[in-house]
Ligand binder design. Structure first.
Ligand SMILES: *Cc1c(COP(=O)(O)O)cnc(C)c1O
Length: 401
């Protein structure tokens, strides 16, 4: 996105703000479709948890995607945004059976990830068609928090319990029409993807009613120049190879599902902040911003890298800074980062602030969450108001009044 447009947004709406360029989401959607087109029968389901503003969801629905939802609230928001119930896949983890029941009754596709919850499901609803999430026993993903497909992880049904599932199907207690795998986010190593793909197709051989294979998300995009990323063509080639083997051997056609979050929206988002102070110590210079991990948690939570642009001096001579927030706790956006010479009042913008950024924001330190703005067809649109003091007090109950 043009520096000029980023600055214009800051002038128009103040800081901090989240800004999303819808064109970038559309381009990513087209790019993925192009890469997947050799597979013929597939659908892209956007992972709502990465960015769930209703205007963004409606836009992504219009592009032709389905939805991947992990909570009943995401399901309800998805329905409200116009997603067809058949195009919403609900993949909960550890939620109450009460919630699963409610979502099933909404007519949304249910993808369960434990034998325990499937047993409850069978008791309540009898022999239904469902899909299940497997745990492939693979360590994949950019960091420990987002690696969710290994044997120590709480996600999915591990291979050692797969016989229980087969047994239930043989006894006609349940019909397994699809398998799902999501091994993690930011998977750079294509071998990890390949292992997962091989595993899911090999498990699928044991289930005679299989119609869909859901390959989850996890596609890595670059965060800076020369950063690694998933090789989409390699990825699709591997899927295609395993799919063809399966379809030839069992003489039937499968539908494939992909659930990108980060790939579709990460690059579209920008968090624009302003410098309160440049603070010097004997060893360091801190850029102190009017924001913190209450607005952008990922660097503190995962050590994620977000490129920093000084919108007032984008090409200036670089110096080393620690870019920090105003939260009273360790609150570092970027450590020892080379950034063009920065002054008090400069606008500082973080890139890749589309996925898992606003959606992880909180009110810690009693700070309001910022506005969300989208840039669509050459115009800015406010898609969420900034919170204020009233919002912070709204749901609190004063028992001493
Ligand atoms: C989070 C999640 C995704 C999206 O992951 P990305 O790394 O953002 O692509 C997809 N499927 C499921 C089940 C998820 O939990």
């Amino acid at each position: 996105m043009d520096i000029k447009i980023l600055k214009e947004a800051a002038l128009k709406f103040g800081t901090p703000i989240y800004l999303y360029d819808l064109k970038i989401i559309e381009n990513q959607f087209d790019r993925l479709n192009k890469a997947l087109s050799v597979l013929k029968n597939y659908k892209i389901h956007f992972a709502a948890k990465s960015l769930s503003n209703i205007s963004i969801l409606k836009f992504i629905n219009k592009l032709g995607a389905g939805l991947d939802a992990v909570s009943i609230e995401e399901v309800m928001i998805g329905l409200k945004c116009g997603f067809n119930k058949n195009d919403i896949i609900y993949t909960p983890n550890g939620v109450s059976f009460e919630e699963i029941k409610k979502v099933f009754k909404l007519g949304v596709k249910i993808n369960l990830d434990s034998i325990e919850s499937i047993k409850d499901f069978v008791n309540e609803f009898g022999n239904q068609s469902i899909t299940v999430r497997i745990n492939p026993g693979i360590y994949a993903g950019g960091n420990n928090n987002v690696s969710v497909g290994h044997l120590e992880s709480k996600f999915g049904i591990t291979e050692d319990r797969m016989h229980e599932l087969k047994d239930m199907e043989v006894k006609e207690k349940i019909k397994i029409t699809g398998l799902h795998i999501h091994t993690g986010s930011d998977i750079t190593n294509n071998n990890q993807f390949k292992e997962g793909i091989k595993k899911i197709f090999s498990i699928a051989r044991d289930f005679k009613n299989i119609e869909t294979i859901d390959l989850g998300g996890g596609i890595k995009i670059p965060y800076y120049d020369n950063d690694t990323s998933t090789n989409l063509n390699d990825y699709v080639e591997e899927v295609s190879k395993e799919l063809n083997k399966f379809e030839t051997k069992f003489n039937k056609k499968l539908k494939l599902i992909f659930e990108p979050g980060k790939f579709l929206v990460s690059d579209s988002g920008f968090l624009i902040t302003q410098v309160n102070y440049i603070k010097s110590t004997s060893t360091k210079e801190f850029i102190q911003l009017n924001s913190g991990f209450n607005h952008l948690l990922r660097p503190n939570l995962y050590g994620s890298h977000h490129e920093v642009i000084n919108l007032n001096n984008p090409e200036g001579r670089k110096k080393e800074y620690d870019v920090v927030g105003y939260i009273c706790e360790k609150d570092t956006f970027a450590e020892k980062r080379k950034i063009p010479n920065t002054s008090k009042g400069d606008l500082i913008c973080f890139r890749n602030a589309g996925a898992y950024c606003f959606n992880m924001a909180s009110n810690y330190n009693s700070r309001p969450r910022p506005a969300e703005i989208c840039f669509y067809k050459e115009k800015f649109h406010k898609i969420r108001k900034a919170e204020d003091l009233n919002d912070l007090l709204e749901n609190q109950i004063d028992i001493f009044s």
